[in-house]
Design a protein around this ligand. Structure first.
Ligand code: ADP
Ligand code: MG
Length: 627
């Protein structure tokens, strides 16, 4: 029989496909099953308008049979089938209508979409097969045909027999090699696994003859094996059902089974969206932090389905990093099956879906914050830091999206607050949003720097996470109110009169401060009178852009260039210690010791290490002996 050549550069395309479109050989089964399902869809659609077909949903099925001895895997469907011409056109040609030529002329980044549209799924069979035979009888025809090929060299078509309409595909599986264990594609357990993984939600039953054991009739301990046909797929995707058909328990079980969690999710988002992006989505917000979430190995992403067929297990492009904790899946008819990871990145449809999902997640969180405060706070304890990173990342590109979702601890009732709530409590005379940074809440509450601000009755946000202050700097302001650290620069809390008074005192004692500054060397950039202390004698503040907290964070990153904050030692003019310092004006040595002591105390209150613990200890001992 004459061998016909594949049309349209098929050899090159076959290579292209095998090397780049498909990363895993195992997907051939998904492709063939999806073709069978498409073929049944076509017949089913026809039957809706043609009563003579007389088939109902339950008559359709896709059957698999593996024969280890013959090394064949057979896929049988009772779909619409193919005529001789169909076999010729559909399986003999890969890139029809000159799409491939079009691609060659336009070797730009945009060509990806065109490859995605090629009908090349069928050819994936050659990734695992030595030969492929397709026996098909079109619906309404009397003649069946056998198409046969052993790969890119060409194919033959001949007349044959087949009971009834539909298509039978017989793969003769390749022999095992060192690297590739093709044998596994003949293994019942493996096949079952592949169907579950990729084709569980195909609408028609996918059946297989499986060998089972049973007790021999009339015998106590003798067994016999028998063959039973089993349906491997569960068929009904939960996300395609109407919401009122699915119970909370269904959602929870589905989530736990599919995403390997043993706790129910905190929130379920089930949506059917139509419009510029048409898709079904089923998303979950976990109630616990996944064990690997804060590790480098964590991979964000959603499962991606094209009409019920899994095309990617973790599609990262569907979620922004700051919503990386969301688990779930998306199913869209607008996506092509034959599309690789690289191509998906450029897919316009996928981008639309991602945008739409992001909006959905944000709305859901906003709703939870408004209506289920306690739940939201629990959520925030687990994943809030991601949202703060989101504010800070990409140079603040998402800050407006996220600013109303972030929470901070605050001096008001010692609870979490939103920025919106903070601003609504601001006093009429309060101009700025105050914050203080530190490691522990209890420690921050007692920091000397907070005294004057609290005395005025102004609320202070307590920033405990490393990223917090960076997020603040990125936000810059909220509703026109600037953020202001109580530990840096001027606080501007006093009346003009008080300011004038401090200025005078500062001038009066400038030699004292200069002497203290000299004894501290470049540890501090300045020693001066404080305008933020009430009862404490000293505190450490900063001038300039870098705060003590930022210094800590930035210097903890290995290989980062070290930065240092400009420290200012502030003294409370109303504290007896100040009188003591004034009295020591002419005792240079003692003044230097006191300056060091005060500086070290201020550092300790900030949670900073002591520069020279031995010297500090000696200074204190000297003091004790003196008394
Ligand atoms: P695609 O499914 O994207 O069209 P494929 O390479 O998977 O591309 O299949 C090519 C074509 O072959 C299909 O469009 C269909 O017309 C035909 N075909 C493949 N398998 C079957 C089948 N089991 N029954 C009927 N037609 C089939
Ligand atoms: Mg296909």
């Amino acid at each position: 029989m004459e061998k016909k050549q594949f049309k349209a550069e098929s050899k090159r395309l076959l290579d292209l496909m095998i090397n780049s479109i498909y990363t895993h050989k195992e997907i051939f089964l998904r492709e063939l099953i999806s073709n069978a399902s498409d073929a049944i869809d076509k017949l089913h659609f026809k039957s809706l308008t043609d009563d003579s077909i007389g088939l109902t949903q339950s008559d359709y099925k896709i059957h698999l049979a593996a024969d280890k001895d013959a090394r064949t895997l057979t896929i049988i469907d009772n779909g619409i089938g193919m005529t001789k011409d169909d076999l010729e056109n559909n399986l003999g040609t890969i890139a029809q209508s000159g799409s491939f030529a079009f691609k060659k002329e336009n070797e730009t980044g945009d060509d990806v979409d065109i490859i995605g549209q090629f009908g090349v799924g069928f050819y994936s069979a050659f990734m695992v097969s030595k030969h492929v035979a397709v026996i098909s009888k079109a619906y309404g025809s009397d003649q069946a045909y056998r198409w046969k090929s052993d790969g890119a060299d060409g194919y033959t078509i001949e007349e044959t027999q087949r009971d009834g309409f539909g298509t039978t595909i017989i793969l003769t599986i390749k022999d095992d090699t060192e690297e590739n264990h093709y044998d596994e594609f003949l293994d019942e357990y493996r096949i079952r696994g592949l169907v579950k993984k990729y084709s569980d939600y195909i609408r028609y039953p996918i059946t297989m003859d499986v060998e089972k054991e049973r007790k021999k009739e009339g015998s106590e301990d003798e067994y016999e094996s028998y063959i039973e046909e089993e349906t491997l797929n569960s068929m009904q995707p939960i996300w395609k059902k109407a919401k009122n058909e699915v119970t909370d328990e269904d959602y929870n079980n589905f989530y736990k089974e599919k995403f390997f969690d043993f706790t129910d999710p905190m929130k379920v988002i089930h949506s059917k969206t139509e419009g510029s992006a048409t898709y079904n989505a089923l998303l979950f917000i976990p109630s616990r932090i996944p064990y690997d979430f804060y590790t480098k190995g964590y991979e964000k992403g959603l499962q991606l389905y094209s009409s019920g067929v899994l095309i990617m297990d973790k599609c990262g492009d569907l979620l922004p990093d700051y919503f990386g904790f969301v688990k779930g899946l998306v199913d869209s008819e607008d996506l092509s099956l034959n599309i690789s990871r690289e191509m998906l990145q450029h897919d316009r449809q996928l981008k639309l879906i991602a945008k739409s999902l992001e909006k959905k997640i944000k709305n859901e969180l906003t709703k939870m914050l408004k209506n289920e405060r306690e739940k939201y706070e629990n959520f925030f304890k687990n994943f809030g830091i991601q949202l703060k990173f989101g504010v800070y990342s990409d140079y603040g590109a998402h800050k407006d999206e996220l600013k109303d979702l972030i929470l901070f601890h605050s001096s008001f009732e010692n609870k979490y607050t939103t920025l919106q709530e903070y601003v609504s409590r601001m006093k009429p005379e309060q101009k700025e949003i105050y914050y203080v940074c530190g490691d522990k809440l209890e420690q921050m509450e007692h920091l000397p720097q907070t005294e004057m601000v609290k005395d005025k009755g102004f609320e202070i946000l307590y920033l405990t996470d490393d990223v917090d202050e960076f997020a603040m700097k990125t936000l810059g302001e909220y509703e026109g109110k600037q953020f202001k650290s109580v530990s840096s620069g001027e606080l501007d809390l006093e009346t003009d009169e008080e300011k004038e008074q401090v200025k005078q005192q500062q001038e009066e004692h400038k030699d004292l401060f200069a002497a203290m500054k000299e004894s501290l060397g470049d540890k501090v950039s300045e020693v001066r009178l404080s305008q933020r202390l009430k009862t404490h004698p000293v505190c450490l503040t900063t001038s300039g852009e870098i705060s003590l907290e930022m210094e800590k964070v930035l210097n903890s990153v290995p290989n980062n260039q070290k930065v240092s904050a400009q420290r200012v030692l502030e003294i409370n003019a109303n504290h007896p210690i100040f009188q003591k310092l004034c009295a020591l004006q002419d005792n240079k040595e003692k003044l230097a010791s006191y300056a060091k002591l005060l500086y070290t105390q201020a550092s300790l209150m900030e949670g900073l290490p002591v520069d020279d613990p031995v010297e500090f200890s000696n200074l204190i001992c000297d003091l004790m002996v003196e008394e």
